[in-house]
Design a protein around this ligand. Structure first.
Ligand code: 5AD
Ligand code: SF4
Length: 436
């Protein structure tokens, strides 16, 4: 049995689906209980020091299990594995295999070798488009909503970010393969697809004759059976007028965009190497809202980046006020080895950074609640995903990607229904289905 634990971003969640399918192919069914497993795989994240520490914390737990069960195979993949490679095998002698972000296709053989007692490490980058199609596609299981990878890697080298170092250069998948996968998902009953990449807006830019991202969206939107289309993540500097037009005239495109600003201060944005100014970001937000007045924005924000003083932080708060994000993910800056900003002098004390994060999150909480309350009385198109975690109601998402619960029959999963919002709480909307 396989126990698979995933840390970090949606790309890792999507990779874990592929890992699970690969392991099923060699006879490992998944279990949620590590005590029942004879194979434990961790799909790791190194975006911030805390994420990395969590991986080591979990490995410690599994070390003790291995002492009791010597036949247990333990493997580490993802961004920490990519970064650490051989070092991980040395640091953790109980680990059998280490596989990098481009090496999932080798995993079946690596597990086979581990069964025979051989430890292995594979972290070579495979900068070839063929690697997207080395896996069993996820359509076999069907489901309501699925990710489809359209590109991987990142060439932006934001000064704080480890991603280009651990995920490699940008590489796009051919449009024909993307369309083929979405068609297969639609045939298996999937209602919603999210086109996934570290920076989807620069999709296809290296290939003559291949569509760019807005053109790809239009191709995928034509596929019958897919009712709703999403994409993530977008870099603000690469949001083109053509992409903005998509929100105005592709009815299947959900009115939501995740558009990380990272800071509202020009000097900080420059230090981060983000390639846009506060004004340029706000212009794009205004254009998106003009093209699609019901669009919901979410974003990411970093506090305590080197050089961020109180005035710079105030600029971030004022940008949030102007944008009115539906929700915001916010983080304390964490220096990552090998990135440009790791060499910047970092004068802001940790307590000050923590204080800024708390102030930012308190401000966003108010905005989120007010926005959720403002939806009361409105009718939203909700894609029903299934039962809520408590099991006593249905859970679904509005086009704007807000979670909603309502009563109804679980057989409605996969349907897009009109739901009247009756309550807007801090983290969830409550609604009632108007008609089925
Ligand atoms: N420190 C803090 N936050 C970071 N992020 C990326 N790198 C760092 C870092 N070194 C945040 C950014 C990014 C999100 C996925 O994680 O906000 O958009
Ligand atoms: Fe990291 Fe910047 Fe690339 Fe996003 S765009 S993955 S923040 S380097």
């Amino acid at each position: 049995m396989l126990y698979l634990e995933t840390f970090g971003c949606q790309m890792n969640v999507s990779d874990s689906e592929k890992i699970a399918a690969l392991m099923r192919g060699i006879g490992y069914a998944e279990t949620p209980d590590p005590m029942l497993a004879d194979l434990i795989l961790l799909n790791t994240c190194s975006i911030r020091a805390k994420a990395e520490q969590r991986v080591y914390g979990h490995l410690g737990k599994f070390k003790a299990m291995k002492a009791d069960r010597p036949g247990l195979i333990i493997g580490v993949g993802g961004c920490v594995a990519q970064q650490e490679g051989e070092r991980l095998l040395k640091k953790a002698p109980f680990v059998n295999l280490v596989f990098g972000t481009h090496n999932l296709h080798l995993l079946q053989d690596m597990v086979g070798a581990a069964q025979g007692g051989t430890r292995s490490v594979e972290t070579d980058f495979l900068d070839d488009e063929g690697r997207f199609d080395l896996f069993p596609a996820g359509h076999a299981e069907g489901g309501v909503s699925k990710f489809v990878t359209v590109m991987q890697g990142c060439d932006n080298f934001c000064a704080y970010c480890i991603v280009p170092h651990v995920r490699g250069r940008e590489i796009s998948r051919s449009a024909a393969k993307v369309v083929e996968e979405v068609e297969a998902l639609a045939a298996a009953g999937v209602t919603e697809v999210t086109l996934l990449g570290q920076n989807v807006n620069s999709y296809g830019s290296r290939k003559a004759g291949e569509p760019d991202f807005p053109e790809l969206l239009r191709l995928v939107a034509q596929i019958d059976g897919i009712r709703r289309l999403r994409f993530t993540t977008s870099h603000p500097k690469d949001i083109s007028p053509q992409l903005i037009d998509c929100f105005a005239d592709i009815p299947k495109l959900a009115p939501h965009i995740h558009l990380p600003a990272q800071s509202g201060c020009d000097a900080v944005l420059k230090g981060m190497n983000r390639g846009y100014s506060r004004a340029a970001y706000l212009d794009k937000v205004a254009a998106l809202k003009a093209a699609c007045p019901r669009i919901q924005l979410t974003g990411d924000m970093i506090v305590g980046f080197p050089g961020e003083d109180e005035e710079a932080f105030q600029q971030t708060l004022s940008l949030m006020d102007e944008v009115q994000y539906a929700d915001l993910f916010s983080f304390i800056y964490s220096a990552r080895p090998g990135t440009k900003a790791a060499g910047y002098p970092d004068e802001v004390g940790y307590a000050e950074k923590q204080g800024r994060l708390e102030r930012l999150q308190a401000a966003q909480k108010k905005i989120t609640l007010a926005r959720n309350e403002s939806l009361v009385g409105s009718v939203q198109q909700v894609l029903i995903e299934g039962l809520s975690t408590s099991g006593d109601s249905l859970f679904g998402r509005t086009g704007g990607n807000r979670g909603a619960i309502m009563s109804g029959d679980p057989s409605l999963a996969g349907r897009v229904l009109e739901v009247r919002i009756v309550e807007g709480l801090q983290t969830i909307l409550k609604g009632e289905i108007l008609h089925v």
